[in-house]
Write a protein that binds this ligand. Structure first.
Ligand SMILES: [Zn+2]
Length: 310
């Protein structure tokens, strides 16, 4: 008897620094997984995607039924293009669909990377068995996605869930998006370092982890740096709670590990700033899928259906 062929669903998660990819089976189990630094040009990106696609076909336990892509940036549902990608500019306006069709010989769909991560957490992570959630991923910037009534909320044109670019500090610094004082400019691994160097009056190469370790030792500038980020994160969380009354808000990303200095005070700030009854019924938790959320979400999103196909 030949081995039973298990259909699989492929997912790609392209961010500013890494291209992560994997495939799941019908139950959502990861059957293949890998990552590589994000290629520097469109030509290199397409070559990398083709190579990975060939690997899925060669090494997967069965045929690739469909494929999902989560790309960093503002992906237009109407144009099927990333209109603007501050962290991966070579995607800007590029006609992705025909380029991918040259080698992706299965139905595929594209969306924003943070939306795919939210969908992944909703399907298989800390968002399972919820009907509404907001995922905020805090890293070098902030990614976010929204699930409402059990469905990904994409918005009219595909641009929903850009919580990283809500204004939390009208006098804050300029954001890559052109606005000032966005949640993403006030709360990020980058901002933790910037705050620290400004407060300490230092000019040395430090990472957000270094600042975390110094905070643990009681360094006042490090503690104050986290407190400032927590304050603005709390404002953002308060807005989300009052606006959507979600069942859960999930926080992901590397800086979540600094819970005591960042997430804890941010939740307290959100409590002060949101309506008591809405805050009381919203659970704010850590996301559980880490770096796999985006690629698994993209694969599950493709498995859920391809627009235009029955
Ligand atoms: Zn912005």
């Amino acid at each position: 008897m030949p081995a039973k062929k298990v259909p699989i669903y492929a997912g790609f998660d392209l961010g500013g620094t890494q291209l992560k990819y994997g495939a799941i089976d019908a139950e959502g189990r990861l059957v293949l997984k890998g990552k590589t630094p994000s290629p520097g040009s469109m030509k290199e990106l397409l070559a990398a995607l083709e190579k990975i696609w060939d690997r899925f076909k060669a090494e997967g336990p069965g045929p690739v039924e469909s494929c999902g892509f989560g790309f960093a940036g503002f992906f237009s549902l109407k144009d099927q293009k990333v209109l603007s990608s501050p962290n991966y500019p070579c995607l800007n306006g590029f006609d992705l669909v025909p380029a991918l069709q040259k080698f992706i010989d299965a139905p595929f769909r594209i969306d924003n990377d943070a939306n795919m991560a939210a969908y992944g957490e909703y399907m298989y992570g800390a968002g399972r068995e919820t009907q509404s959630l907001v995922l905020l991923t805090v890293g070098t910037g902030i990614g976010s996605g929204i699930i409402l009534d059990g469905a990904l909320w994409q918005g009219k044109c595909g641009f929903a869930g850009e919580l990283g670019h809500i204004t939390v500090n009208p006098e804050g610094e300029r954001c890559k998006c052109g606005n000032r004082g966005c949640l993403e400019t006030e709360v990020s691994a980058t901002k933790i370092v910037k705050n620290y160097l400004a407060l300490a009056g230092k000019r040395e190469p430090v990472t957000s982890r270094d600042v975390f370790l110094r905070a643990r030792k009681g360094d006042q500038a490090a503690l104050e740096s986290f407190a400032r980020c927590a304050y603005y994160l709390g404002i953002g969380l308060g807005i989300v709670i009052n606006f959507l009354n979600p069942e859960k808000i999930l926080i992901g990303g590397g800086v979540v590990s600094a819970g005591k200095y960042l997430l804890g005070p941010a939740v307290e700030e959100a409590r002060r700033r949101s309506h008591r009854v809405s805050f009381a019924c919203c659970r704010i938790e850590k996301a559980t899928m880490g770096n796999d959320a985006g690629l698994i979400g993209a694969a599950a999103w493709a498995r859920a259906g391809i627009p235009g196909r029955t």
